[in-house]
Ligand binder design. Structure first.
Ligand code: SAM
Length: 330
C-alpha cells in the first residue's frame, strides 16, 4: 500500500468526507440568511460512489480515519447506510461525524448500530438567544437533545466544537466549558477562519486563541496537557485538577500545517489536499469515466503530492478558496 504522502513528507491518514453542501442552520460566520445555491443532485456523488471512493482510500491509500461532514451530514438520506457499508469495508477504521446535532436524537441509535464510533457536535453557546442570533434558527433544545442521545447511544467521547464571535458570545467561554464539563463532553474552541460564503471574515475582529485562553483562565486553572499533540489540531489543557481537558484550535494564529494529516473529499467528488487549497482533483469524472480502483488511487496520490506547506492566511497574497466551508466540508 502506497500512502498519501506529499512533497513535504506529510502522510494523510484522516479523510474528511462531505456528504452534502446543504445545511439546516444558517450560522452567520458560515453562510448568508437565504442559504446558498445548493449543488444539483446529479453533481453529488451517489451513496455507491461515496462508499467506493472511501474504499479506495482505506484499502489502497492507508486512510484509517473517516469523518463525515458537510454542509450537515445528518440531512443526507443515505447516511446510516453509508456508515454501515464503510464499517463492512473495514472494521478498524475510526468513523465519526461532525454535525450540528439537529435530528440526532432520532438517528443516534441507528448510527451507533451501523458502526459509527463518535460524534463531534458544533455548539457555540448554551444561551437560547445567542444560539438563535448565531444560527438564525431557534433550535438550541434540539441540539441539546441530540448531544444527550449521542452519549446514550455510546457515540462518545462526545466532542463539542465552538466558535466565538466578538460581541456575540465571546464572553461565554467559561460558561460553555462549565456546561460541557457537567455533562462529560470534551469542548474545543476553534478560531474563526476566512471560509465564509459572504467573505466577511476580518482578522482584526476574530477572537484569538490567546483571548479564549485568557477568558477561560478567569474561571479555571488550565495547564498544558501532558499527552503528545501529534497531528491533532487542538492544543489541549487540563482543567483544574483534571482529568477533564479543553482544547483550543488556533488555525489562524498558531497554524499546525506542518503536522497536518488530513485530506478532504467534497460531496461532488473533488479531492482537496487542504481546507484552503485553490485547486481540486476531480475523482468523480474519473470514476464515472470507468477508472478502476488502482487508477483512482494513483490520481488521489498525485493530488496530495502538491499539498502546500501551509495555508498562508498570513501571507499578503492569501486568497480565500472559491468554495465556502459548507461546500468543502469542515
Ligand atoms: N454542519 C456540521 C456542523 O455544524 O458541525 C458540519 C459542517 S460545519 C461547516 C463544521 C464546523 O465548521 C462547525 O463546527 C462550524 O462551526 C465550523 N465552521 C464553519 N465556518 C467556520 C469558519 N468560518 N471558521 C471556523 N469554523 C467554522
Amino acid at each position: 500500500m502506497l500512502p498519501l504522502i506529499d512533497r513535504h513528507g506529510r502522510i494523510a491518514t484522516d479523510l474528511r468526507v462531505s456528504l452534502t453542501d446543504r445545511c439546516n442552520l444558517r450560522c452567520t460566520y458560515c453562510m448568508p440568511p437565504e442559504g446558498l445555491e445548493w449543488m444539483p443532485d446529479s453533481q453529488q456523488l451517489s451513496d455507491d460512489e461515496v462508499v467506493r471512493l472511501i474504499g479506495v482510500a482505506v484499502r489502497h491509500l492507508g486512510v484509517n480515519e473517516v469523518r463525515f461532514t458537510g454542509g450537515e451530514p445528518l440531512v443526507r438520506r443515505g447516511l446510516v447506510d453509508i456508515v454501515r457499508r464503510v464499517r463492512a469495508l473495514d472494521e478498524d477504521v475510526e468513523m465519526s461525524i461532525t454535525t450540528n446535532a439537529l435530528g440526532l436524537s432520532r438517528t443516534a441509535g441507528a448510527l451507533a448500530e451501523a458502526g459509527l464510533d463518535r460524534v463531534n457536535v458544533s455548539l457555540d453557546t448554551v444561551r437560547r438567544d445567542s444560539f438563535t442570533t448565531i444560527t438564525r434558527r431557534d433550535r438550541l433544545a434540539d441540539v441539546i437533545a441530540g448531544l444527550a442521545a449521542a452519549e446514550a447511544a455510546g457515540l462518545g467521547p462526545v466532542k463539542v466544537n465552538a466558535v466565538l464571535l466578538r460581541g456575540v458570545n465571546d464572553d461565554q467561554a467559561p460558561e460553555l466549558l462549565g456546561w460541557c464539563l457537567e455533562r462529560g463532553y470534551q469542548l474545543r474552541f476553534i478560531e474563526q477562519m476566512p471560509l465564509d460564503a459572504q467573505h466577511g471574515w476580518d482578522r482584526d475582529l476574530m477572537v484569538t486563541a490567546d483571548e479564549i485562553f485568557a477568558s477561560l483562565a478567569t474561571a479555571y486553572r488550565l495547564t498544558p496537557a501532558s499527552e503528545p499533540r501529534g497531528s491533532a489540531p487542538a492544543e489541549l489543557f487540563t482543567v483544574d485538577d483534571g482529568p477533564a481537558t479543553v482544547g483550543v484550535i488556533a488555525s489562524v494564529t498558531r497554524p499546525f500545517c506542518g503536522d497536518c494529516d488530513r485530506v478532504r473529499l467534497t460531496a461532488d467528488g473533488q479531492v482537496r489536499n487542504c481546507l484552503f487549497a485553490r485547486e481540486e482533483s476531480d475523482l468523480r469524472a474519473a470514476l464515472r469515466g470507468g477508472a478502476d480502483d488502482a487508477d483512482l488511487a494513483a490520481r488521489w496520490r498525485t493530488a496530495m503530492w502538491g499539498k502546500a506547506p501551509g495555508h498562508g492566511i498570513d501571507d499578503p497574497s492569501f486568497l480565500q478558496p472559491d468554495r465556502p466551508m459548507s461546500a468543502i466540508g469542515g
